[in-house]
Design a protein around this ligand. Structure first.
Ligand code: C2E
Ligand code: CA
Ligand code: CA
Length: 279
């Protein structure tokens, strides 16, 4: 403090209070959002290129604020993670996504996977496995239709614990994918150690596919590696026909992106979803 002039210190404390107060207010809002069920899930189709059919959906969280409207997850998930609120919020996401998938199946749509994003903090909570199994039981969803999207960041600590939890989930039939693959570090170590099913090629590599030879090389390498390791692979953030053509030519079989559909509320997707009868 002694180094700062009076104005500097005042400004410093004022800023600190601002942030602290903002955080407190936001935290209270987030709590209220949970209580008053202001969260909603949008779903984005995952497509098998060959058949051009939906084979899965990714659940993506939004906050429908009464005054501010629809708030994207990037705006509130970091704070939810800081405050630990991501644990109850994430549990709500898991339960809601499982129930939605069952509702679609019961309505006669072809069974497909539901991919749910899992924050590292949520994964590291003591009873994470139990929460997942409970969501499956409560909804009645067959575990093979649940896919958990984890990130490489999950293994920043307690790697043995992480592997143990993933193994239990896998033994129950739950699928595991690595989200934004290639954007973290030491991913190759995880590939060997982790019982996973799928790699999701990060949007940041897909974006440059058709004009940046480095991105093209990375994407091609990830796909080839996934194939030889017998892992599924999906490219996300696919927006253009050129990207799709490139991905097809390097034998990527699944895509997700605006080229097919943006994330939408459940009821806005049914008209493009395959039904059992139509098969
Ligand atoms: P993510 O898991 O990598 O999700 C993909 C993001 O890319 C989504 O943004 C999606 O709307 C967007 N996207 C999909 N296709 C395209 C495309 O063709 N072009 C472009 N430019 N973007 C595309 P969204 O929904 O804003 O989610 C952002 C991030 O928030 C997610 O990234 C994920 O990390 C996080 N998130 C979303 N829902 C949840 C959740 O339920 N739990 C947790 N822990 N995180 C979530
Ligand atoms: Ca994801
Ligand atoms: Ca991603």
């Amino acid at each position: 403090v002694k180094e700062h002039g009076k104005t500097g210190f005042q400004r410093y404390t004022a800023e600190m209070n601002d942030t602290a107060i903002q955080t407190l207010i936001m935290e209270e809002w987030l709590n209220k959002a949970l209580e008053e069920e202001q969260f909603v899930l949008f779903y984005q189709p995952q497509i098998k290129i060959e058949s051009n059919r939906i084979i899965g959906m990714e659940a993506l969280l939004r906050w429908r604020h009464p005054n501010l409207g629809l708030i994207p997850p990037g705006e509130f998930i970091p704070l939810a993670e800081e405050t630990g609120l991501i644990i109850p919020i994430g549990e709500w996401v898991l339960r809601t996504a499982c129930k939605q998938n069952v509702a679609w199946q019961q309505a006669g749509f072809e069974p497909m996977k539901m991919a749910v994003n899992i924050s590292p903090i949520q994964f590291h909570q003591g009873c994470f496995v139990e929460v997942v199994l409970d969501a499956l039981q409560e909804s009645g969803l067959d575990p093979q239709y649940l896919e958990l999207e984890i990130t490489e960041g999950i293994a920043m600590f307690q790697v043995d614990q992480v592997i143990h939890k993933l193994q239990i989930l896998r033994n129950h039939g739950v699928q595991i994918s690595i989200d934004d693959f290639g954007t973290g570090y030491s991913s190759l170590t995880y590939l060997k150690k982790f019982p996973i099913h799928k790699l999701k090629i990060a949007q940041e590599f897909v974006r440059g596919l058709t004009f940046d030879p480095d991105d093209a090389a990375i994407v091609q390498a990830i796909i080839a590696m996934a194939h030889s390791l017998k892992l599924d692979v999906i490219a996300e953030g696919v927006e253009t026909n050129e990207q799709l053509e490139f991905l097809t030519s390097v034998e990527c079989r699944e895509i997700q992106g605006y080229i097919y559909s943006r994330p939408l509320p459940a009821h806005e997707l049914t008209h493009i979803m395959p039904t059992i009868a139509a098969h």
